[in-house]
Design a protein around this ligand. Structure first.
Ligand code: ADP
Length: 774
């Protein structure tokens, strides 16, 4: 019940990789516990100070005896210290301490330094009387001196080891219970030996082996409390774990690959064809230095899942590295080991995770790499992707080369516009366009619905989703190029049905029990929890829902709420000054409204809707062209003048104002919208258009036609006005979509306006009209 009161001077340590703390304390005095007040969360007790008191009260009593004792003790202590290497500063300091400190303090200090068991230390602590303490410590000192003498005899050469035995021995750990310091140290030592063995038997490169052996040598000499110990050890463990020479065997068979790809994915013929070509070349020429495939397309069109299928067909491990938002090159290439908390980059980490050196790595979202002060991650990726360089990729953390040439890299992106050109140059871009409604229905019924049913523990006997319902979800509840939102909506339906089915099971079970089973098909739903006493509950007698639950439009409305996209198009086109354009975004094609209004003013043009410079220029071009052609088309401002901007301000707005828009392809839409405004006529409500304009009224080709046409089709429009020179792009569009839309190919703005207004907008027509008026 005796302890030492101490003052905590310093606490050092960390929680990583495992909790390890060093506590530095200064002992003050002994105390005795009088009464334990509470034990949790930490003990609190009433104590009495024991030390020092004695010194004053009965210190003088046996002075003579004590003097002798302390003198004897002092002599032994000096003898012991002088046996050590005095050139070590700590030893020299100890020697000085022996002279400077009061003799009464020496037994405590020396006991803590010399090699004693915990038991012995506690005995000294318990010895409150000074005299007793001296008497008990002297034999320990003598034992230590004898031990040292013996040691010096046997190991004369290793003098500095002796000094470690006594003086430098750090009293760093407070050992509790059964594990003593020695045991722990031995254990750690064993670990290091094991690690060394692993390093020697691993198949790492010669260069890496050299580095590892050097590091392990350092590790052996290092005290464990040093932060660097854990770092070095982690490093070595990673080096051992890395798959230097371990690989899976490729099983490449083109026919099987075709089947896997077809089974996993519906449609996307172009992509599948290119992937098969790529794999075929692999099969014929066992050389991996092919181009890196980069799938570019809107979200949810199956880019990632094709990557996964490729790994499956090759029998390789698959690992996805998400690069979105990565702005630090150390993310790719690792941190140097000099930094605290340094770690390897994602490539090396991925290799460690998969455990083989020839996985398929999917670099997801390469277009979303960012630059920052910490360097350019795209530049770091160059080294990874370049077949000429990546056989000796050097991660900063490893600091030795690792051969990445066996890794198959596939990249995905939403757009090529933001991929750094140097990176793009090393990749072969394969466009993955959005799906048509028909394709989406097929994908839903072949892949998404079965997957969702399985996820929710449902069977086709319990739920039925007819194709019209799927079409309803696609047109009224989603507006996307891919199928991700569709997948989510199907998930929501399955969840709702799962509740019904689970409730139904509960209800069915009870009547069944009561009537001992009437032989109906719900027998299988009898469950253990059906207790006869709850039958009296009238609610339970309600009929269970009929299986399968059919999802029709009413059910859709119940589960998903009112339709999100409905009739928007025709409602918005019921006044002059509105037209529908087609825009391309990284998320696929979209329809875009353009609105215009005019008011009294000084001829100013206001543009809103977060437009880029190119778009603003298109608006100015459109106005200039209309002004110069106002007479021809009989366009007038509010007061009937052909000078359209005379006393008039124009405001053009592109709704969805939070999204930045740019690009030249809105030119024709702006012209049509303004023509409608100045002529007072309505634009046809089922026409969408795209195309760049020139000052002289020509229509120039634009990009992303396939996505744009699909967007128009999704929105239920019937006619699409495209630049003449984009005719060739129409071939890429699936036949069903082409049949449902009528295309107008325009080479000049006259043709655009004629197609956009019911009954045309031709010059001649308006002149005739004028003539007849006269
Ligand atoms: P991305 O990587 O292009 O954003 P994902 O690969 O994550 O898209 O695809 C989203 C989901 O859609 C996945 O569950 C995938 O299986 C499914 N999917 C997409 N396209 C198809 C397709 N053609 N056939 C079957 N499933 C598809």
């Amino acid at each position: 019940r005796i302890g030492t009161a101490a003052l905590a001077v310093q606490v050092v340590g960390s929680n990583w990789p495992k909790p390890h703390y060093t506590l530095l304390v200064t002992g003050l005095c002994r105390f005795q516990i009088l009464q334990l007040l509470k034990e949790k969360p930490y003990p609190v007790a009433e104590v009495q100070q024991l030390d020092r008191l004695e010194q004053f009260t009965n210190g003088h009593k046996s002075e003579e005896e004590l003097g002798e004792l302390s003198e004897q003790f002092y002599k032994y202590a000096v003898q012991l210290v002088e046996m050590l290497d005095m050139s070590v500063p700590a030893v020299a300091k100890l020697r000085r301490l022996l002279d400077n400190l009061p003799r009464e303090a020496l037994p405590d200090i020396l006991t803590s330094i010399i090699r004693t068991s915990n038991q012995e230390k506690l005995q000294i602590l318990d010895a409150v009387r000074l005299e007793e303490r001296f008497k008990m410590t002297i034999p320990l000192l003598v034992r230590q001196i004898e031990g040292l003498k013996l040691l010096q005899k046997t190991r004369k050469s290793k003098q500095d080891d002796d000094k470690r035995v006594v003086a430098i021995r750090p009293s760093r750990r407070i050992s509790h219970g059964s594990i003593t310091e020695d045991e722990e140290e031995e254990e750690d030592h064993d670990d290091v030996v094991m690690l060394e063995k692993k390093i020697r038997t691993s198949s790492m490169s010669e260069q890496a082996l050299k580095v590892c052996l050097k590091e392990i040598k350092r590790l052996k000499k290092m005290p464990q409390s040093m932060p660097e110990y854990a770092l070095t050890r982690n490093y070595l463990e990673l080096m051992v774990e890395l798959p230097w020479n371990k690989s899976t065997k490729d099983r490449l068979e083109i026919r099987a690959a075709r089947i896997v790809l077809d089974n996993d994915h519906y449609a996307m013929e172009k992509l599948k064809k290119r992937v098969l070509e790529y794999l075929a070349v692999r099969q014929l020429k066992n050389n991996l230095k092919g181009p890196i495939l980069c799938f570019v397309g809107p979200p949810g069109v199956g880019k990632t899942s094709v990557g996964r299928s490729i790994a499956k067909t090759l029998g390789r491990e698959f690992h996805r590295i998400a690069l979105g938002g990565v702005c630090d090159q150390s993310d790719i290439r690792g941190h140097r080991r000099t930094y605290v908390g340094s770690m390897p980059g994602r490539i090396i980490n991925g290799l460690k995770t998969v455990g083989v050196n020839n996985p398929v790595f999917l670099l997801d979202e390469v277009d979303k790499l960012a630059k920052s002060l910490q360097g350019d991650p795209a530049a770091a990726l160059l080294e990874v992707l370049d077949p000429e360089q990546n056989h000796s990729f050097t991660d900063h953390y490893l600091n030795v080369a690792f051969d990445l040439s066996q890794v198959l890299f596939i990249a995905t992106a939403n757009t090529t516009a933001t991929i750094p050109p140097a990176l793009l140059d090393r990749m072969e871009v394969i466009q993955v366009p959005g799906y048509t409604q028909e394709e989406k229905i097929e994908i839903a019924h072949r892949h998404l619905i079965p997957k969702q049913l399985e996820l929710h523990g449902l069977t086709p006997q319990q739920i039925q989703i007819p194709q019209v319902t799927t079409l309803g979800i696609i047109t009224r509840y989603t507006r996307e190029a891919g199928v991700r939102a569709l997948d989510r909506k199907l998930g929501a339906i399955c969840r709702a049905v799962a509740v019904k089915v689970a409730e139904g099971q509960h209800k069915e079970a009870k009547p069944d029990r009561a009537e001992l089973g009437e032989g109906e098909d719900c027998k299988e739903h009898i469950t253990e929890d059906a207790k006869p006493e709850s039958i009296s509950d009238t609610a339970d007698l309600a009929l269970p829902p009929e299986m399968p639950i059919l999802i029709d439009f009413h059910a859709l409305k119940d589960i998903l709420g009112p339709p999100m996209y409905d009739m928007e198009v025709s409602e918005r086109l019921n006044q002059p000054g509105v037209a529908i354009g087609l825009a391309w975004t990284p998320l696929g094609g979209e329809i875009m409204f353009v609105e215009a209004s005019r008011m009294d003013g000084e001829g100013q043009l206001t543009l809103t809707g977060q437009l880029g410079d190119v778009m603003k220029e298109s608006a100015h071009l459109a106005i200039s062209w209309l002004r110069s052609n106002a007479k021809r088309y009989r366009l007038t401002n509010a007061s009937g003048s052909f000078d359209l901007l005379d006393n008039t301000d124009i405001h053009l707005h592109f709704p969805a104002g939070a999204v930045t828009k740019d690009g030249p392809s809105a030119g024709v839409t702006i012209v049509t919208c303004l023509a409608s405004l100045f002529s007072g006529r309505l634009v046809c409500s089922d026409v969408a258009m795209t195309g760049e304009i020139t000052l002289r009224g020509l229509v120039l080709p634009v990009g992303g036609i396939k996505d744009k046409v699909l967007a128009a089709h999704r929105a239920g429009l019937k006619r699409v006005i495209l630049p003449q020179r984009n005719e060739k792009d129409l071939e890429e569009i699936a036949a069903p979509v082409r049949q449902e839309l009528s295309f107008v190919l325009a080479s000049c703005l006259d043709e655009v306006l004629n197609a956009a207004f019911d009954g045309g907008f031709a010059v001649k027509a308006s002149l005739e009209h004028l003539n007849s008026k006269l």
